[in-house]
Design a protein around this ligand. Structure first.
Ligand code: ARG
Ligand code: ZN
Length: 473
Protein backbone atom coordinates (compact mmCIF):
# COMPACT_ATOMS: atom_id res chain seq x y z
CA UNK A 1 0.00 0.00 0.00
CA UNK A 2 2.34 2.71 -1.18
CA UNK A 3 1.26 6.10 -2.37
CA UNK A 4 4.26 8.15 -2.96
CA UNK A 5 7.01 5.84 -4.07
CA UNK A 6 6.01 5.86 -7.72
CA UNK A 7 6.02 9.62 -7.92
CA UNK A 8 9.33 9.91 -6.13
CA UNK A 9 11.01 7.36 -8.32
CA UNK A 10 9.59 9.00 -11.40
CA UNK A 11 11.00 12.31 -10.22
CA UNK A 12 14.40 10.78 -9.64
CA UNK A 13 14.22 9.22 -13.07
CA UNK A 14 13.43 12.53 -14.73
CA UNK A 15 16.23 14.27 -12.91
CA UNK A 16 18.54 11.48 -13.88
CA UNK A 17 20.16 11.34 -10.48
CA UNK A 18 21.27 8.15 -8.89
CA UNK A 19 22.96 5.20 -10.47
CA UNK A 20 21.21 3.45 -13.29
CA UNK A 21 20.84 -0.16 -14.14
CA UNK A 22 21.67 -3.08 -11.98
CA UNK A 23 22.66 -2.46 -8.39
CA UNK A 24 26.43 -2.60 -8.72
CA UNK A 25 28.50 -5.12 -6.82
CA UNK A 26 29.25 -3.93 -3.36
CA UNK A 27 27.08 -0.84 -3.71
CA UNK A 28 24.73 -1.87 -0.96
CA UNK A 29 25.26 -1.67 2.74
CA UNK A 30 26.19 1.97 2.35
CA UNK A 31 23.71 4.50 3.66
CA UNK A 32 25.26 7.16 1.50
CA UNK A 33 24.47 5.48 -1.81
CA UNK A 34 22.10 7.62 -3.86
CA UNK A 35 18.64 6.27 -4.48
CA UNK A 36 19.03 4.19 -7.57
CA UNK A 37 16.71 4.30 -10.47
CA UNK A 38 16.42 0.89 -11.99
CA UNK A 39 16.64 -0.53 -15.48
CA UNK A 40 13.28 -1.33 -17.10
CA UNK A 41 11.80 -4.35 -15.42
CA UNK A 42 14.03 -4.15 -12.36
CA UNK A 43 12.54 -3.00 -9.07
CA UNK A 44 14.60 -0.31 -7.35
CA UNK A 45 16.49 -1.36 -4.19
CA UNK A 46 14.95 1.55 -2.25
CA UNK A 47 11.40 2.88 -1.97
CA UNK A 48 12.54 6.44 -2.67
CA UNK A 49 13.18 8.00 0.75
CA UNK A 50 16.23 10.17 0.07
CA UNK A 51 17.34 9.91 3.71
CA UNK A 52 17.26 6.08 3.70
CA UNK A 53 18.05 5.19 0.09
CA UNK A 54 18.05 1.41 0.54
CA UNK A 55 15.07 1.12 2.91
CA UNK A 56 12.00 -0.42 1.33
CA UNK A 57 12.04 -1.26 -2.37
CA UNK A 58 10.51 -0.08 -5.62
CA UNK A 59 8.21 -1.68 -8.16
CA UNK A 60 5.56 -3.30 -5.99
CA UNK A 61 3.15 -2.66 -3.20
CA UNK A 62 2.64 -5.21 -0.41
CA UNK A 63 -0.94 -6.06 0.63
CA UNK A 64 -0.29 -8.80 3.17
CA UNK A 65 2.47 -10.59 5.08
CA UNK A 66 1.79 -14.14 6.31
CA UNK A 67 4.63 -15.01 8.67
CA UNK A 68 5.24 -18.50 10.08
CA UNK A 69 7.92 -18.32 12.70
CA UNK A 70 9.40 -20.99 14.91
CA UNK A 71 11.73 -19.74 17.62
CA UNK A 72 13.75 -21.62 20.22
CA UNK A 73 15.05 -19.15 22.83
CA UNK A 74 17.66 -21.56 24.21
CA UNK A 75 19.32 -21.84 20.80
CA UNK A 76 18.35 -18.38 19.55
CA UNK A 77 17.26 -20.14 16.40
CA UNK A 78 14.53 -18.79 14.14
CA UNK A 79 12.96 -20.79 11.33
CA UNK A 80 10.72 -18.67 9.18
CA UNK A 81 8.49 -18.85 6.18
CA UNK A 82 7.12 -15.59 4.81
CA UNK A 83 4.41 -15.41 2.18
CA UNK A 84 4.04 -11.89 0.88
CA UNK A 85 1.14 -10.86 -1.35
CA UNK A 86 1.86 -7.82 -3.44
CA UNK A 87 0.93 -5.96 -6.63
CA UNK A 88 3.53 -5.00 -9.21
CA UNK A 89 3.50 -1.25 -9.90
CA UNK A 90 5.72 -1.67 -12.99
CA UNK A 91 6.81 -4.61 -15.14
CA UNK A 92 9.19 -6.68 -12.99
CA UNK A 93 11.73 -9.18 -14.16
CA UNK A 94 13.30 -8.82 -10.73
CA UNK A 95 12.49 -7.12 -7.41
CA UNK A 96 14.06 -6.69 -4.00
CA UNK A 97 13.11 -7.33 -0.39
CA UNK A 98 14.98 -6.19 2.72
CA UNK A 99 16.41 -8.96 4.91
CA UNK A 100 19.25 -8.83 7.43
CA UNK A 101 21.13 -12.10 7.99
CA UNK A 102 19.68 -15.65 7.82
CA UNK A 103 20.22 -18.50 5.40
CA UNK A 104 17.63 -18.58 2.67
CA UNK A 105 16.07 -21.88 1.65
CA UNK A 106 13.52 -21.98 -1.12
CA UNK A 107 12.12 -18.88 -2.81
CA UNK A 108 9.07 -19.08 -5.05
CA UNK A 109 6.80 -16.64 -6.84
CA UNK A 110 3.23 -17.79 -7.45
CA UNK A 111 4.31 -21.31 -6.63
CA UNK A 112 7.15 -21.46 -9.20
CA UNK A 113 10.74 -21.68 -8.00
CA UNK A 114 12.55 -18.34 -8.24
CA UNK A 115 16.25 -17.51 -8.12
CA UNK A 116 17.75 -14.93 -5.81
CA UNK A 117 20.93 -13.03 -5.00
CA UNK A 118 21.91 -11.13 -1.87
CA UNK A 119 23.99 -8.04 -1.29
CA UNK A 120 24.06 -6.53 2.18
CA UNK A 121 20.45 -6.33 3.35
CA UNK A 122 19.07 -6.45 -0.20
CA UNK A 123 17.53 -9.72 -1.34
CA UNK A 124 16.86 -9.72 -5.11
CA UNK A 125 14.30 -12.18 -6.38
CA UNK A 126 14.02 -13.18 -10.03
CA UNK A 127 10.71 -14.93 -10.73
CA UNK A 128 10.61 -17.72 -13.32
CA UNK A 129 8.49 -15.43 -15.51
CA UNK A 130 8.47 -11.61 -15.41
CA UNK A 131 5.52 -9.95 -13.69
CA UNK A 132 3.36 -7.52 -15.65
CA UNK A 133 2.58 -4.06 -14.33
CA UNK A 134 -0.47 -4.44 -12.09
CA UNK A 135 -0.01 -8.18 -11.58
CA UNK A 136 -0.86 -9.55 -8.17
CA UNK A 137 1.69 -12.06 -6.98
CA UNK A 138 2.76 -14.01 -3.92
CA UNK A 139 6.40 -14.48 -3.04
CA UNK A 140 7.29 -17.17 -0.52
CA UNK A 141 10.64 -17.26 1.24
CA UNK A 142 11.89 -19.91 3.66
CA UNK A 143 14.73 -18.70 5.87
CA UNK A 144 16.47 -19.66 9.08
CA UNK A 145 19.26 -18.66 11.40
CA UNK A 146 20.06 -16.64 14.48
CA UNK A 147 18.46 -13.19 14.29
CA UNK A 148 20.91 -10.30 14.56
CA UNK A 149 19.32 -7.13 15.91
CA UNK A 150 20.58 -3.77 14.72
CA UNK A 151 22.97 -2.13 17.12
CA UNK A 152 22.32 1.42 16.10
CA UNK A 153 24.18 4.56 17.04
CA UNK A 154 24.01 5.70 20.66
CA UNK A 155 20.71 7.50 20.18
CA UNK A 156 19.05 4.54 18.44
CA UNK A 157 20.11 1.79 20.81
CA UNK A 158 19.50 -1.83 19.86
CA UNK A 159 16.38 -2.56 17.84
CA UNK A 160 14.80 -5.26 15.72
CA UNK A 161 14.48 -8.86 16.89
CA UNK A 162 16.36 -8.82 20.20
CA UNK A 163 16.90 -12.24 21.82
CA UNK A 164 16.27 -12.27 25.58
CA UNK A 165 16.86 -14.99 28.19
CA UNK A 166 13.31 -16.34 27.84
CA UNK A 167 12.38 -15.26 24.31
CA UNK A 168 12.73 -12.06 22.33
CA UNK A 169 11.85 -8.38 22.58
CA UNK A 170 10.82 -7.24 19.12
CA UNK A 171 10.74 -3.48 18.48
CA UNK A 172 11.75 -2.40 15.01
CA UNK A 173 11.62 1.36 14.52
CA UNK A 174 13.02 2.62 12.24
CA UNK A 175 14.12 -0.27 9.99
CA UNK A 176 14.52 -3.43 12.04
CA UNK A 177 11.67 -5.53 10.62
CA UNK A 178 14.24 -6.96 8.20
CA UNK A 179 15.99 -8.57 11.20
CA UNK A 180 13.17 -11.15 11.45
CA UNK A 181 11.29 -11.27 8.16
CA UNK A 182 11.83 -10.31 4.51
CA UNK A 183 10.02 -7.00 4.11
CA UNK A 184 9.40 -3.89 2.13
CA UNK A 185 10.86 -2.24 5.19
CA UNK A 186 9.71 1.37 5.05
CA UNK A 187 6.62 3.05 6.54
CA UNK A 188 5.39 4.16 3.10
CA UNK A 189 4.14 0.61 2.40
CA UNK A 190 1.56 -0.62 4.89
CA UNK A 191 0.03 -4.09 4.83
CA UNK A 192 -2.07 -6.47 6.92
CA UNK A 193 -0.35 -9.30 8.82
CA UNK A 194 -0.92 -12.90 9.90
CA UNK A 195 1.51 -14.38 12.41
CA UNK A 196 1.84 -18.07 13.23
CA UNK A 197 4.45 -18.34 15.94
CA UNK A 198 5.60 -21.62 17.47
CA UNK A 199 7.53 -21.51 20.73
CA UNK A 200 8.50 -24.03 23.42
CA UNK A 201 5.86 -24.76 26.02
CA UNK A 202 5.63 -22.15 28.77
CA UNK A 203 6.60 -19.37 26.39
CA UNK A 204 3.95 -16.87 25.28
CA UNK A 205 4.17 -15.19 21.86
CA UNK A 206 2.60 -11.73 21.51
CA UNK A 207 2.03 -10.21 18.10
CA UNK A 208 -0.13 -7.39 16.78
CA UNK A 209 -3.89 -7.42 16.55
CA UNK A 210 -5.94 -10.30 17.91
CA UNK A 211 -5.17 -13.83 19.02
CA UNK A 212 -6.88 -16.18 16.59
CA UNK A 213 -5.81 -19.44 18.20
CA UNK A 214 -3.39 -21.01 20.62
CA UNK A 215 -2.73 -24.67 19.95
CA UNK A 216 -0.32 -27.38 20.99
CA UNK A 217 2.39 -27.81 18.35
CA UNK A 218 3.66 -31.14 17.05
CA UNK A 219 6.97 -30.87 18.94
CA UNK A 220 5.37 -30.23 22.33
CA UNK A 221 5.50 -26.44 22.01
CA UNK A 222 2.68 -24.00 21.42
CA UNK A 223 1.59 -22.25 18.24
CA UNK A 224 0.12 -18.77 18.66
CA UNK A 225 -1.77 -17.35 15.70
CA UNK A 226 -2.31 -13.59 15.67
CA UNK A 227 -3.94 -11.42 13.04
CA UNK A 228 -3.58 -7.70 12.44
CA UNK A 229 -6.37 -6.93 10.01
CA UNK A 230 -5.72 -3.19 9.81
CA UNK A 231 -2.91 -1.83 7.65
CA UNK A 232 0.37 -1.66 9.54
CA UNK A 233 3.87 -0.40 8.79
CA UNK A 234 6.66 -2.93 9.10
CA UNK A 235 8.42 -1.27 12.04
CA UNK A 236 5.31 -1.72 14.20
CA UNK A 237 5.18 -5.48 13.70
CA UNK A 238 6.18 -7.55 16.72
CA UNK A 239 6.54 -11.17 17.79
CA UNK A 240 7.63 -10.61 21.36
CA UNK A 241 8.09 -13.87 23.23
CA UNK A 242 8.83 -14.94 26.75
CA UNK A 243 7.21 -15.69 30.06
CA UNK A 244 4.37 -13.25 30.51
CA UNK A 245 1.51 -12.73 32.90
CA UNK A 246 -1.56 -11.47 31.07
CA UNK A 247 -4.63 -9.52 31.94
CA UNK A 248 -7.40 -9.27 29.38
CA UNK A 249 -10.72 -7.54 29.20
CA UNK A 250 -12.32 -4.42 27.81
CA UNK A 251 -11.94 -0.73 28.53
CA UNK A 252 -14.91 1.13 30.02
CA UNK A 253 -15.55 2.36 26.48
CA UNK A 254 -15.70 -1.22 25.16
CA UNK A 255 -12.27 -1.55 23.47
CA UNK A 256 -10.48 -4.89 23.94
CA UNK A 257 -7.52 -4.44 26.26
CA UNK A 258 -4.55 -6.75 26.84
CA UNK A 259 -1.71 -6.09 29.25
CA UNK A 260 1.25 -8.44 29.57
CA UNK A 261 4.25 -8.24 31.87
CA UNK A 262 7.42 -10.20 32.38
CA UNK A 263 7.33 -11.87 35.83
CA UNK A 264 9.93 -9.37 37.03
CA UNK A 265 7.29 -6.64 36.56
CA UNK A 266 4.27 -8.53 37.89
CA UNK A 267 3.46 -5.67 40.28
CA UNK A 268 2.96 -3.40 37.28
CA UNK A 269 0.27 -5.50 35.58
CA UNK A 270 -2.82 -4.01 37.22
CA UNK A 271 -1.73 -0.43 36.73
CA UNK A 272 -0.62 -1.00 33.11
CA UNK A 273 -3.96 -2.60 32.28
CA UNK A 274 -6.05 0.07 33.98
CA UNK A 275 -4.08 3.07 32.73
CA UNK A 276 -3.86 1.81 29.17
CA UNK A 277 -7.64 1.36 29.11
CA UNK A 278 -8.40 4.69 30.73
CA UNK A 279 -6.03 6.62 28.48
CA UNK A 280 -7.17 4.88 25.27
CA UNK A 281 -10.76 5.79 26.12
CA UNK A 282 -9.76 9.38 26.83
CA UNK A 283 -7.92 9.71 23.53
CA UNK A 284 -11.03 8.61 21.66
CA UNK A 285 -12.70 11.76 22.99
CA UNK A 286 -9.81 13.93 21.80
CA UNK A 287 -8.62 12.20 18.57
CA UNK A 288 -11.77 10.36 17.51
CA UNK A 289 -12.59 6.67 17.23
CA UNK A 290 -9.91 4.12 18.10
CA UNK A 291 -8.42 2.95 14.79
CA UNK A 292 -7.62 -0.67 15.77
CA UNK A 293 -9.28 -3.73 17.28
CA UNK A 294 -7.57 -3.63 20.67
CA UNK A 295 -5.31 -1.64 22.96
CA UNK A 296 -2.94 -2.55 25.77
CA UNK A 297 0.74 -2.72 26.60
CA UNK A 298 3.64 -5.09 27.23
CA UNK A 299 6.48 -4.75 29.74
CA UNK A 300 9.44 -7.04 29.05
CA UNK A 301 12.66 -7.35 31.02
CA UNK A 302 14.99 -6.27 28.22
CA UNK A 303 16.46 -2.85 29.08
CA UNK A 304 15.92 -1.15 25.75
CA UNK A 305 16.09 2.41 27.01
CA UNK A 306 12.95 3.21 25.06
CA UNK A 307 9.35 2.23 24.47
CA UNK A 308 7.77 1.57 21.09
CA UNK A 309 4.19 2.09 20.00
CA UNK A 310 3.84 -1.36 18.34
CA UNK A 311 0.37 -1.43 16.78
CA UNK A 312 -2.24 -2.46 19.39
CA UNK A 313 0.60 -3.44 21.78
CA UNK A 314 3.01 -0.72 22.90
CA UNK A 315 6.16 -2.25 24.37
CA UNK A 316 8.07 -0.91 27.32
CA UNK A 317 11.64 -2.13 27.42
CA UNK A 318 12.67 -3.01 30.96
CA UNK A 319 10.80 -0.40 32.98
CA UNK A 320 7.43 0.17 34.55
CA UNK A 321 5.79 2.87 32.43
CA UNK A 322 4.29 5.94 34.06
CA UNK A 323 1.08 7.63 32.87
CA UNK A 324 2.98 10.04 30.70
CA UNK A 325 4.71 7.46 28.54
CA UNK A 326 1.54 5.35 28.33
CA UNK A 327 -0.27 8.47 27.09
CA UNK A 328 2.55 8.97 24.57
CA UNK A 329 2.57 5.43 23.15
CA UNK A 330 -1.22 5.25 22.97
CA UNK A 331 -1.44 8.62 21.18
CA UNK A 332 0.84 7.04 18.57
CA UNK A 333 -1.94 4.54 17.76
CA UNK A 334 -3.54 7.49 15.96
CA UNK A 335 -0.44 9.53 15.09
CA UNK A 336 2.26 7.25 13.72
CA UNK A 337 0.27 4.03 13.38
CA UNK A 338 -3.12 4.82 11.82
CA UNK A 339 -1.60 7.92 10.19
CA UNK A 340 1.93 6.90 9.26
CA UNK A 341 4.63 8.95 7.63
CA UNK A 342 5.59 8.65 3.97
CA UNK A 343 9.16 9.73 4.63
CA UNK A 344 11.28 9.82 7.75
CA UNK A 345 11.96 13.56 7.64
CA UNK A 346 8.33 14.07 8.73
CA UNK A 347 8.82 12.12 11.98
CA UNK A 348 7.61 15.11 14.03
CA UNK A 349 4.10 14.13 12.82
CA UNK A 350 4.55 11.08 15.09
CA UNK A 351 6.75 12.30 17.92
CA UNK A 352 5.64 15.93 18.18
CA UNK A 353 2.02 14.77 18.40
CA UNK A 354 2.78 12.04 20.94
CA UNK A 355 4.78 14.50 23.06
CA UNK A 356 1.99 17.03 22.89
CA UNK A 357 -0.36 14.22 23.96
CA UNK A 358 1.75 13.82 27.12
CA UNK A 359 1.18 17.50 27.83
CA UNK A 360 -2.55 17.19 27.14
CA UNK A 361 -2.77 14.15 29.41
CA UNK A 362 -1.00 16.04 32.17
CA UNK A 363 -3.44 18.94 31.75
CA UNK A 364 -6.43 16.58 31.67
CA UNK A 365 -5.36 14.62 34.74
CA UNK A 366 -4.83 17.66 36.92
CA UNK A 367 -1.05 18.00 36.52
CA UNK A 368 0.95 20.74 34.84
CA UNK A 369 -0.93 22.45 31.99
CA UNK A 370 0.19 22.26 28.37
CA UNK A 371 0.94 25.98 28.54
CA UNK A 372 3.23 25.42 31.53
CA UNK A 373 4.97 22.56 29.72
CA UNK A 374 5.39 24.81 26.68
CA UNK A 375 6.78 27.68 28.78
CA UNK A 376 9.22 25.43 30.56
CA UNK A 377 10.57 24.15 27.23
CA UNK A 378 10.57 27.66 25.80
CA UNK A 379 12.73 28.87 28.65
CA UNK A 380 15.58 26.57 27.61
CA UNK A 381 18.62 28.74 26.91
CA UNK A 382 19.31 29.99 23.39
CA UNK A 383 22.25 27.56 23.29
CA UNK A 384 20.00 24.52 23.82
CA UNK A 385 20.33 22.04 20.92
CA UNK A 386 16.58 22.04 20.22
CA UNK A 387 16.89 25.57 18.78
CA UNK A 388 19.52 24.48 16.26
CA UNK A 389 17.62 21.39 15.07
CA UNK A 390 14.50 22.20 13.02
CA UNK A 391 12.11 19.36 13.91
CA UNK A 392 10.26 19.46 10.59
CA UNK A 393 13.30 17.99 8.88
CA UNK A 394 14.33 15.00 11.00
CA UNK A 395 17.93 14.05 10.23
CA UNK A 396 18.67 10.44 9.25
CA UNK A 397 21.68 10.22 11.58
CA UNK A 398 19.74 11.68 14.52
CA UNK A 399 16.09 10.85 13.82
CA UNK A 400 14.90 10.75 17.41
CA UNK A 401 16.50 14.03 18.43
CA UNK A 402 14.79 15.70 21.37
CA UNK A 403 13.75 18.53 19.10
CA UNK A 404 11.56 16.21 17.00
CA UNK A 405 9.70 15.40 20.22
CA UNK A 406 9.74 18.59 22.28
CA UNK A 407 9.98 21.32 19.68
CA UNK A 408 7.53 19.30 17.58
CA UNK A 409 5.13 19.39 20.54
CA UNK A 410 5.79 23.11 21.00
CA UNK A 411 4.87 23.70 17.35
CA UNK A 412 1.45 22.19 18.06
CA UNK A 413 1.00 24.33 21.15
CA UNK A 414 1.98 27.47 19.24
CA UNK A 415 -0.59 26.46 16.60
CA UNK A 416 -3.25 25.89 19.27
CA UNK A 417 -2.71 29.39 20.63
CA UNK A 418 -2.82 30.90 17.14
CA UNK A 419 -6.03 29.19 15.95
CA UNK A 420 -7.82 28.76 19.30
CA UNK A 421 -8.90 25.65 21.19
CA UNK A 422 -12.09 25.06 19.19
CA UNK A 423 -10.34 24.93 15.82
CA UNK A 424 -7.29 23.15 17.21
CA UNK A 425 -9.24 20.22 18.64
CA UNK A 426 -11.39 20.03 15.53
CA UNK A 427 -8.14 19.89 13.55
CA UNK A 428 -6.81 16.93 15.57
CA UNK A 429 -10.00 14.95 14.99
CA UNK A 430 -10.30 15.91 11.32
CA UNK A 431 -6.64 15.03 10.69
CA UNK A 432 -7.07 11.59 12.29
CA UNK A 433 -10.36 10.90 10.50
CA UNK A 434 -9.40 12.10 7.01
CA UNK A 435 -6.23 10.03 6.95
CA UNK A 436 -7.27 7.02 9.02
CA UNK A 437 -5.08 4.05 7.98
CA UNK A 438 -3.29 6.24 5.45
CA UNK A 439 0.13 7.80 5.02
CA UNK A 440 0.71 11.51 5.56
CA UNK A 441 3.08 14.42 5.00
CA UNK A 442 3.71 17.68 6.82
CA UNK A 443 2.36 19.65 3.84
CA UNK A 444 -0.98 17.85 4.20
CA UNK A 445 -1.14 18.82 7.86
CA UNK A 446 -0.29 22.47 7.37
CA UNK A 447 -2.79 22.71 4.49
CA UNK A 448 -5.55 21.27 6.69
CA UNK A 449 -4.67 23.65 9.54
CA UNK A 450 -4.97 26.58 7.15
CA UNK A 451 -8.23 25.28 5.69
CA UNK A 452 -9.92 24.80 9.06
CA UNK A 453 -8.64 28.01 10.63
CA UNK A 454 -8.94 30.21 7.55
CA UNK A 455 -5.54 31.62 8.53
CA UNK A 456 -2.25 31.92 6.72
CA UNK A 457 0.09 29.84 8.86
CA UNK A 458 3.26 29.70 6.74
CA UNK A 459 5.31 31.79 9.14
CA UNK A 460 4.20 29.89 12.22
CA UNK A 461 5.09 26.50 10.74
CA UNK A 462 8.25 27.87 9.20
CA UNK A 463 9.73 29.20 12.44
CA UNK A 464 8.64 26.24 14.57
CA UNK A 465 9.43 23.42 12.15
CA UNK A 466 11.93 24.52 9.54
CA UNK A 467 14.11 27.34 10.85
CA UNK A 468 16.95 27.30 13.33
CA UNK A 469 16.79 29.61 16.32
CA UNK A 470 14.21 30.07 19.09
CA UNK A 471 11.00 31.45 17.55
CA UNK A 472 9.70 34.73 18.96
CA UNK A 473 6.35 34.40 20.72
N1 ARG B 1 8.83 5.82 18.67
C1 ARG B 1 9.42 5.50 19.95
C2 ARG B 1 8.81 6.44 20.96
O1 ARG B 1 8.75 7.60 20.75
C3 ARG B 1 10.91 5.64 19.93
C4 ARG B 1 11.60 4.55 19.16
C5 ARG B 1 13.06 4.72 19.18
N2 ARG B 1 13.70 3.71 18.41
C6 ARG B 1 14.93 3.27 18.70
N3 ARG B 1 15.48 2.35 17.95
N4 ARG B 1 15.56 3.80 19.70
O2 ARG B 1 8.30 6.03 21.97
ZN1 ZN C 1 7.05 8.43 20.41
Amino acid sequence: MTRRAGALLATLGVLGCGATGEPSQGATGSDTAPTQTAAPGVGAPGIGDPDFPLDGNGGYDVAHYALRIGYVPARRQLDGEATIRATATQPLSRFNLDLHGFEIGAVSVDGAAATFTREGDELSVTPARPLADGAEFAVRIAYSGKPQPVRGSSNLGTYGFIPTADGAFVTCEPNGAKTWFPANDHPADKATFDFEITVPSGVTALANGELVSRKPAADGGTTFTWRESHPMVTYLATATMGRFTLREGKTAGGIRNLAAVDPRFSDALGDLYKRSGEITDHWTTVFGRYPFSSTGGVVDDFTAGYALENQTKPMYGGFEPDQSIIAHELAHQWFGNSLSIERWEDLWLNEGFATYAEWMWSEHSGGTSAEERFQSAYSRPASDPIWSYPPGDAQPDDLFNESVYIRGGMALHALRKEIGDGTFFKLLKTWAAEHEHGTVTTEQFTALAERLSGKQLDTLFDVWLFKTGRPAV
